[in-house]
Design a protein around this ligand. Structure first.
Ligand code: SER
Length: 910
């Protein structure tokens, strides 16, 4: 059964049972604690916690969620059941059915015949686990479903108590395993062998809330959730592996074609270790080599798919966070392909294969293909360059080891290659082996462990910095803030709560910084790139300045204020006033961002996808994925289109509608947007710009005022940034520029538009002058050389020229002078020493030169320079024929000059 069909059967089964089908959320959700969505329940978290009411008619839902787990990238391909990207099929009950419903629903889908819409698995092969004391679940499995007691096993918290690994909903769980038969391992159920018994489905009885803690089994349980819920997750890939009768999750219909293409690109053959193992060989060197190759094939298949799905959801390769994970995955593909024998590029063909297998389930890949391809191929090109420079570095390090007759490349060198050049350790090891060396991998591992420990400590520090959010919980549950700011900038409200230092307080006096929770507010809380409003809250007893506003639980506005006079108290009726200018300019900037976005898509096409934005009064920046630098002409056109839209005075409309309708209208939905609820579409001039957006906007585009693009830059691989001013800030900027250009115009006495040409011609003339000065100076110096040579002292037949030349002569000019002097004396034995002082930099450059005949007598320019350097507090060195140095103490120049003759005498005598 193909994966696509497994997905369909799952959804049909649960839709028939009354569940609402919910599309997969993006892999990137707006949760700072999660790098990627890693379980089917993540988008439903607010419903489990009771922060929001589930918008599903029967209080139940089903989805097939895209998931990425990248904790154990190194394990991929070694174990045979872990994909970094996988699809989690789930059914969810929010306070509706509980253990019995979850168990019987899962059982019927797994064991119903294929003709009946099920997966047709043999019930005799299914085993289950339950949490240690969960007698209720065990009884349902045994009595209602009929599983014999010996196939129901009990496991502790680490295995059968599920949480997200961070504070959130949690509960005991029951897992369903499939016995793959004795060829795969020991008999005895999942507690004995979890390769033979492969986990297919996890049923979580979500009933508690967990607090801080570490690992899977040491965290605090804060208390029960408002309701008892169900969260289940069935691994689509694992079911596919069983139903397709393949060895592992890398060989299903979705990934096997990638392995085949990898075979063609590398010339290696997949599956040789399996063949050897079947013939009884699991220990020979040939087996190990084949096994390593098979792992590499699986890495390629797995990472290609994860890479493609991450790029689809807007991730671009970078050096931290999500971007870094993507980069690592892509680089591991390239490296694995090379180690398997590929010599050229491989990325495009591999990705194209994933495109073909994944598009039936994710048709949006087709629309985004060009962008996905460009990002993946771009990373390959960059990494191949890194490999080139890393290889040079490696060769230097290897040559050094060999020069000292060593055989071991030290751990530090390997670590540097890995850490600063992104050079993977196994490649270093492999290349070392090729040059007859080994790598001190223990020292390398130790360095890696140090680095990991540092990163962990950083992470922990960050986690502990989180405020305890339980203080807001009663407000989130019972007092969602009513936001009135779309229509008003000043409203009355009541203070429902004050939070200082993470705890509730009754009142806050002058000078204190507190968070104010109101029943209703006109203040916009920071979101969607728009900064929060500023303004004041004033009550009967005092007044406070609002410095920031953030949302908690998506429902409660926290006004961060400083009390500037008197005091605020819970229960006060207050007037909340948004600073008028702030709000006006914030609206201009946010609407300006939409204009820039629309203009950008017109000029660059739909592959330029928004990657982030920020706007504050008068200023905006807009990040988007695009592989190349924008040309001046593209920027000019974007700016022109935006300003023409201002000038057209479009009406700005906001429409509340469903996500589907918004998409049908052609509104641009961004990744990271939550679904399932009503959405707000902001439309500027109908088709000109239509975006899902909760921000605050002008009502007519002319109110935005001029939009001035400041420029464009790169913010990491594949992401560009445009910055612009709006409204009066735009005017101020233009006026400043105008003042500067007017000043230049009157200074150069040309019209403004001719200033660049004028500056160009002046700097060309300046350059010409500098060249001529240098020529004069050299001519003057060479004229002087005659004098110096004439005044030379002699040591036997040897002429010794030693002179202080005029101040300000550079090291380069000294060299010209020395060469000139050598030229004058021809083949005679002679030595020249020149020294100068540069009063500006305080430097004292000097040089010595000896003719071949002088060198033959034992004179060395290098020795002279070394011996003289201490007189002027400097250093120097070079060859016997020519040497240079530089000092910093001009007071020693005369002594240095005087010393030369003695030094030469000694060399000749020696
Ligand atoms: N949340 C559970 C899991 O991820 C079941 O969906 O395993």
């Amino acid at each position: 059964m193909q994966t696509h069909e497994i997905r369909e059967r799952f959804i049909n089964h649960f839709v028939k049972a009354g569940h609402t089908e919910v599309p997969s959320a993006s892999l990137i959700l707006d949760d700072p604690n999660l790098l990627f969505v890693n379980a089917g329940m993540v988008p439903f978290k607010p419903y489990f916690l009771g922060e929001q009411n589930p918008p599903f008619p029967n209080g139940t839902a089903t989805s097939i969620q895209k998931c990425v787990r990248t904790l154990d990238i190194e394990e991929v391909g070694i174990t045979t059941r872990h994909n970094t990207f996988f699809q989690m099929a789930g059914n969810f009950s929010f306070g509706q059915y509980f253990k019995e419903g979850a168990i019987s629903n899962a059982w019927s889908l797994l064991t119903n015949s294929v003709a009946d819409g099920g997966f047709g698995l043999d019930p005799e092969r299914l085993w289950v686990t339950v949490y240690l004391d969960d007698d209720e679940a065990a009884a349902i499995w045994h009595e209602k479903i009929g599983i014999p007691e010996e196939r129901i096993q009990r496991l502790g918290m680490a295995d059968n108590y599920w949480s997200m690994g961070i504070p959130g909903p949690c509960g005991p769980c029951s897992e369903i395993y499939y016995d793959r038969g004795e060829a795969y391992g020991e008999f005895g159920g999942p507690v004995v062998d979890d390769t033979r018994y492969i986990e297919l489905w996890n049923l979580v009885f979500m009933q508690n809330e967990r607090g801080e803690g570490t690992g899977k089994d040491s965290f605090e349980i804060v208390g029960p959730l408002p309701k008892k819920n169900i969260d289940t997750g069935m691994g689509v890939e694992r079911v596919a592996c069983i139903l397709q009768g393949v060895e592992n999750v890398y060989e299903t219909d979705l990934l096997a074609p990638v392995i085949t293409v990898a075979e063609q690109l590398t010339g290696a053959t997949y599956g040789r270790s399996e063949t050897l193992a079947k013939a009884g060989d699991t220990t020979s060197a040939a087996y190990h080599a084949a096994h390593t190759e098979d792992i590499r094939f699986r890495v390629i298949a797995d990472h290609c798919r994860t890479g493609l799905m991450l790029i689809l959801d807007g991730v671009t390769p970078g050096n931290e966070g999500r971007g870094y994970i993507l980069r690592r995955l892509l680089r591991r593909i390239i490296r694995s392909a090379r180690l398997l024998g590929a010599t050229g590029v491989t990325m495009e063909k591999l990705m194209d294969t994933v495109r073909a297998t994944m598009t039936p389930s994710y048709p949006e890949i087709a629309d985004n293909w060009e962008r996905i391809r460009a990002v993946a191929v771009g990373e390959e090109t960059a990494f191949l360059k890194t490999l080139e420079s890393g290889t040079r570095l490696f060769e230097d390090a290897a040559a050094k080891v060999k020069a000292s007759a060593g055989t071991i490349l030290d751990g530090d060198a390997a670590f540097t290659l890995h850490d600063t050049h992104g050079f993977p350790i196994d490649l270093t090891v492999e290349m070392a082996a090729e040059s007859g060396l080994t790598v001190d991998t223990e020292a390398f591992d130790a360095r890696m462990a140090e680095q990991k420990a540092r990163a962990k400590a950083d992470n922990r520090a960050k986690k502990h910095a989180h405020a305890d959010v339980s203080v807001y919980r009663p407000f989130v549950d019972n007092h969602a803030t009513v936001f009135l700011g779309y229509g008003a900038t000043e409203t009355e409200g009541r203070i429902l709560g004050l939070v200082a230092g993470g705890a509730l307080v009754d009142r806050a006096g002058e000078g204190s910084k507190v968070q104010v929770i109101l029943d209703q507010t006109p203040f916009y809380a920071e979101s969607g790139g728009q900064l929060a409003d500023r303004g004041t809250i004033s009550g009967p007893g005092g007044v406070a300045a609002v410095e920031d506003v953030q949302k908690t639980g998506k429902k409660v506005w926290l006004h961060n204020v400083t009390v500037t006079g008197g005091e605020l108290a819970v229960g006060d009726t207050v007037t909340a006033t948004v600073d008028h200018t702030w709000r006006h300019q914030a609206r201009q900037a946010h609407s300006g961002t939409h204009l820039i976005h629309a203009a950008l898509r017109q000029v660059l096409g739909p592959t330029a996808v928004q990657a982030g934005s920020m706007n504050r009064p008068g200023y905006l920046r807009f990040d988007f994925s695009y592989g190349e630098q924008l040309t001046a002409d593209q920027l000019r056109r974007i700016e022109l289109i935006a300003n023409e839209a201002v000038d057209t005075d479009y009406t700005v409309n906001t429409i509340e509608t469903s996500l589907d309708e918004a998409k049908a209208m052609g509104a641009m939905a961004l990744f990271g947007e939550n679904y399932g609820t009503q959405v707000r579409v902001v439309e500027i001039g109908g088709p000109f710009s239509m975006e899902l957006c909760g921000g605050i906007h002008v009502s007519h585009s002319s109110q935005i005022g001029p939009v001035t693009v400041l420029g464009e830059s790169s913010v990491g691989s594949g992401v560009r940034r445009i910055e612009a001013y709006t409204g009066v800030d735009s005017f101020r900027f233009l006026a400043d520029q105008h003042r500067v250009s007017s000043a230049l115009s009157s200074r150069f006495r040309v019209p403004v538009e001719e200033v660049p040409e004028r500056v160009e011609s002046i700097s060309a003339r300046l350059h010409e002058m500098e060249k001529r000065i240098t020529q004069f100076r050299t001519a003057e110096l060479s004229a002087k050389v005659g004098d110096y040579v004439m005044r030379a002292a002699t040591v036997g037949d040897l002429r010794v020229v030693a002179a202080r030349v005029p101040d300000g002569i550079s090291g380069g000019d000294l060299r010209t002078l020395a060469n000139e002097a050598k030229g004058r004396v021809g083949s005679e034995p002679a030595v020249a020493f020149f020294i100068s002082a540069d009063p500006e930099s305080g430097k004292v450059p000097f040089i010595a030169a000896a003719t071949d005949a002088a060198v033959a007598l034992g004179v060395s320019a290098g020795e002279i320079v070394k011996a003289v350097a201490p007189y002027v507090g400097g250093r120097g060195g070079g060859k016997p024929a020519m040497a240079q140095g530089s000092g910093s103490d001009a007071a020693g120049i005369d002594a240095a000059v005087a010393a030369v003759r003695g030094i030469v005498e000694q060399s000749v005598a020696g």
